[in-house]
Design a protein around this ligand. Structure first.
Ligand code: ATP
Ligand code: MG
Length: 330
């Protein structure tokens, strides 16, 4: 009868590995901000997940606060979207343990994202915890009964594993969890400045959300372009140019002009990059302004985290009570 449909739930997180870059924004954060009006959002600072690629934990707290500031500065609203740290809600590790019995080693070894990461970071002997990354991530999502997970393309194989685990749990112990769906943006894999298919902090090929105008300009100056466009007046091929792909996101108004100028050879790469960096900075400036506010009001940031963690913990406890009941444990 009721006209009010229950809002669907979103759960999505990021690893606090330093300040965020444009890839994080266009692949995920932008969608979180857009969808927080329609969905019940929960956002996770995946601090334990940092340990999969770096055992030095001394920066995790600072990086978590920095990332939270990036989220807030970009427009995530704490009134709508509780934000919390994985390490502060013990139910994540508890559900992870149960789920680890529902995922086979062979299945986890077939995960292409972990293979890419091992190659990019030269990891030869992967730990048990790293291989199990998607299992912990499944616990992160399903503790909040996430229906939808807005992420970048690299995360889609992980969500597939989450769906399988949810199905297995439900078949074994009775219907408990939704099978979460990934939600991609149009820019679900933003390339890095070096032409690598993924802009990534660890590959050093990124533009940060906190980079000022001079930095963006300098970073973009080094970006790869069409390798066949050698001189200013050579005709270029926008379809293979990295900078053009950035224009498509950050300079929609001038896209035809840029494309024609590049193809005809009238627009050289230097000018094209200047136009692009200026547009990216126009987009970043308000974020940087808001960042300053939060940096000057760290107590507010910590309060937001505290409140988010209380809300998250309550929801997580509720789910674990149900899980134990379904499993007839305790
Ligand atoms: P980095 O390698 O830069 O540290 P990451 O991949 O480790 O980044 P995660 O915490 O794993 O960061 O990812 C956070 C979210 O941002 C995920 O949804 C991921 O898909 C998305 N993301 C990260 N980089 C990109 C990118 N270059 N393009 C699109 N989405 C991205
Ligand atoms: Mg990653």
């Amino acid at each position: 009868m009721s006209e009010i449909k229950k809002k669907k739930t979103i759960l999505s997180g990021m690893r606090p590995t330093g300040k965020l870059h444009l890839g994080h924004f266009v692949g995920a954060l932008e969608n979180w901000i857009k969808l927080q009006n329609e969905y019940q959002n929960y956002h996770l600072i995946a601090d334990y997940h940092v340990l999969t690629t770096n055992l030095d934990s001394s920066m995790i707290y600072q990086d978590s606060i920095d990332m939270l500031i990036d989220w807030l500065a970009a427009g995530l609203d704490p009134e709508k979207s509780p934000m919390f740290r994985q390490s502060q809600i013990k139910e994540h590790t508890e559900l992870h343990l149960i789920f680890s019995m529902l995922a086979t080693v062979a299945r986890l070894e077939r995960n292409p994202t972990v293979k890419d990461q091992a190659r990019d970071l030269h990891i030869e002997n992967m730990t048990y915890g790293h291989l199990g990354y998607p299992v912990l991530q499944t616990a992160d999502i399903l503790l909040y009964k996430g229906d939808a997970v807005p992420v970048g393309e690299d995360q889609v194989p992980h969500i597939e594993i989450s769906r399988e685990i949810a199905r297995r749990f439900n078949n074994q112990y009775g219907q408990t969890f939704p099978e979460p769906e990934p939600m991609l943006t149009q820019f679900s894999r933003l390339s890095g400045l070096d032409g690598n298919a993924k802009m990534s902090k660890s590959l050093g090929n990124s533009i940060l959300l906190s980079d000022d105008r001079e930095t963006v300009k300098a970073r973009l100056r080094k970006a790869v372009t069409d390798p066949l466009k050698l001189r200013k007046n050579d005709p270029g091929r926008p379809e293979v140019c990295l900078v053009f792909s950035y224009h498509k996101k950050f300079n929609v108004e001038e896209i035809n002009e840029i494309e024609n100028g590049c193809r005809s050879g009238e627009l050289g790469c230097v000018d094209c990059k200047l136009k692009c960096s200026s547009k990216i900075s126009d987009f970043l400036d308000p974020i940087i302004e808001r960042r300053k506010y939060f940096e000057a009001n760290l107590d507010t940031v910590k309060d937001i985290l505290k409140t988010g963690e209380e809300i998250g913990r309550n929801k997580a406890r509720e789910t674990m009570i149900e899980v134990r009941e379904k499993m007839q444990i305790g």
